[in-house]
Design a protein around this ligand. Sequence first.
Ligand code: SIN
Length: 328
Amino acid sequence: MKNLKHMLVTAIASLTLATASWAAPIEIKFSHVVAENTPKGQMALKFKELVEERLPGKVEVKVFPNSQLFGDNKVLEAMLLGDVQIAAPSLSKFDAYTKSLQIFDLPFLFDDMTAVEKFQQSPKGQELLGAIEKKGLVGLGYLHNGMKQISANKPIITPEDANGQKFRIQTSDVLAAQFEAVGAIPVKKPFSEVFTLLQTKAIDGQENTWSNMYSKKFFEVQSHITETNHGVLDYLVVTSKEFWMTLPEDIRPIIKKSLDEAILVGNRIAQKKADDDRQAIIDSGRSQVISISKEARLKWIAAMKPVWEQFSHEIGADMIGAAVEANN
Ligand code: SIN
């Protein structure tokens, strides 16, 4: 009897072990909207490489670039439904989930990417990672793309030149107010539609980073790009609370470590990518890159800066103050 019991326990244990080793790997779908040769595209591939190297057979990462799985207007809804596990939407695309992250859209808030990095790593910047928690989302880290420039089919040198022009923007009320402040007409559209909207002249221009304008060929359908560096386009790497908290305890830290390292790789290449893609656009001769004088820049600042006041009650004056401090 004792023997039979022992045999049964051994058989159950072996069966459990066998089932565990046959268990399907945890699947992580990472959806994004840009090309693979961008900071986000490279970061996603690095994340896949590190996770699959460290957790072989246990976790499989499938990366879907170029809006192949979800466009940026759908990905967060899909995440809450469990249809995608990781994404890195631009900070401007969280408008419907929190007003706090709108700080990153305030025009002329950061002098450069060094200031952006400094603010993101500061206590206030880190506090913002939790801004979407109440909505069932977990902010895992910031990822850089770079500073934005304005493109159009005519030279846009002073704010008056933008008057009456239709500019595609991301889904952010701050970005809408920014263009309204110079008499332009903002049009909220998904990233995947921008090239066609420009090509068919349904819109006159748009704002974006060098790597996005180069990789998506916007420069081929816009005659001028003004180097305004008026705002930042960065990302929040995000997952759902439900997915994150149900990951096995021994797996979650390895995924987080891999993500942190992949973000560092993405951030390291972001500045070089911006410089290289800017040069590639100039070399193509398809679009003329315009630098603006100090005086013209001051005019843009004077026209757009009132937007800070308009949104400071939602964002918080103390947050804005901390961001300004990062420029020093
Ligand atoms: C992105 O970089 O993910 C897209 C930015 C945009 O929608 O312009």
